[in-house]
Design a protein around this ligand. Sequence first.
Ligand code: SF4
Ligand code: SF4
Length: 384
Amino acid sequence: MGEIKLPEGFVTYPEARKKAFLTLKKMKEEGRRIVGVFCTYTPWELIDAADAAAVVLCGIGDENMPAAEKRLPKNLCPLIKASYGGAVADRCPFFYFSDMVLGETTCDGKKKMYELMSELKHTHVMQLPPGQFGRGALEFWKASVESLKDDLEQFYGITITNDRLREAIHLRNRERKAILDFYEIGCLKPSPISGYELNTVITSNEYAFDINKKIEALEQRIRELKDLYEREYKGKKSRPRILITGCPTHGVINKVIKRIEELGADVVGFENCCGPREKKDPIDETIDPITAIAEKYLRVNCSVMSPNPGRFKALGEQIHDYQADGVIEVLLQACHTFAVESDSVRRFVTEEKGIPYLSITTDYSTTDQGQIDTRIGAFIELLS
Ligand code: SF4
Ligand code: SF4
C-alpha cells in the first residue's frame, strides 16, 4: 500500500464542509446574501457583483438517497440525487442558508430536478444552448446571463453595475490564475503533491468565501511545493502518473482518487470539473462585461455540449503537459452524456495518444469498493 503524503493540518473535504456550515451561519446572521450554485457554467462574477456569496450545493454521500428517491428515479446520477435529497430532507445546511438557488439546463436529470427544487426555494435556471457553435448559441446564452442579472437585481432589490462586474471579473481572473498554478504543480515529475490533496483543496476552496485570502493561501502552498520538489523529489523515480477525466469527482474522492494513490500510482491532474477545465480560460477584461461573461462560460467543455471537441483538445494537452502514463475516466451512474462520450475518449486516449485507459462507473455508495480496487490495481500493474 502506498502512503499519501499530506501537509500538516490538512483538512479533508467533509471537514471543510463542516467548517463552512458555521461560517455560513455567521454570514447569514450578519445579513450576507447567499446564492446556492451547482455547476461550472455558473457565472460567479454576477453573484460577486450582487455582493452575494456563492455556495456550492452539489451533494456527496449516500445518506440522503432515500429522501431523494421519493421523487426521483433510483437510476439517476448520484450527484443529482444527493443534492436534491439533502435539500428536500432539510439536511443540507448550504441549501438551508441559501436565499436562492442558481441552476443551468445542463443534463436532463439536473434540469428536471431543478423543477422539483423550485418547490422548496426560489430557483433561477439559466437556459444553456445544447451546443457551443450553433447559430444563435451565444446570443441565446447571453440572454440567459442578462436574465440572471435581472433576477438577482429584482430578488435582492439592487442594481448590478458594469463597474462592479469588471471588478468581480478581475478578481476571479486572479483566482483562476492561482488555481491553475496550483494544479500545474502536478506537471512536475515526480509530483510533489498528491491528487488527493489537489482534489480536496480545490473542492474545499469553494467554501472559502474570501477570494483574496484564498489566492494568498494557494500562492503560499505553491511556493512550499516548488521548494519541496527541489529538495526532495527532483531527479527521483516517478510512480505511474494518472490523469482523471469524466464526471466531477468530489463525491468519490476517497473511493477512487485516494485509492488510486494508496494502490501505488500518482493522480497528477484532472480533466473534469474538479480540474483546470475553466480555470485555463480567463474572462476578457477589455470588452462589455456581460458579453465577456457569456463568451467565457459558453466555452466550458462539458459533455452536455454537442458536439464537444474542446474536451478532446484539452485532454490531449493535459496528457502531454502532465506527462500522464494512463487515463482513468470516472463515470457517475446514469450520467448519459459522459457515458456516451466515453468510447470516443477511450479511442482518443489509446489510439491517438497511445496510453492505457480505464473507465470506472460508480455511485456514492461503498458497495463496489472491492471491485473498484481490483480494477485500479490491475490498471496500475499494467502501467508499472
Ligand atoms: S460536468 Fe458539466 S454539468 Fe456537471 S458540473 Fe461540470 S460543467 Fe456542470
Ligand atoms: S455528472 Fe452527469 S448526470 Fe450527473 S449532474 Fe453532471 S452531467 Fe448530469
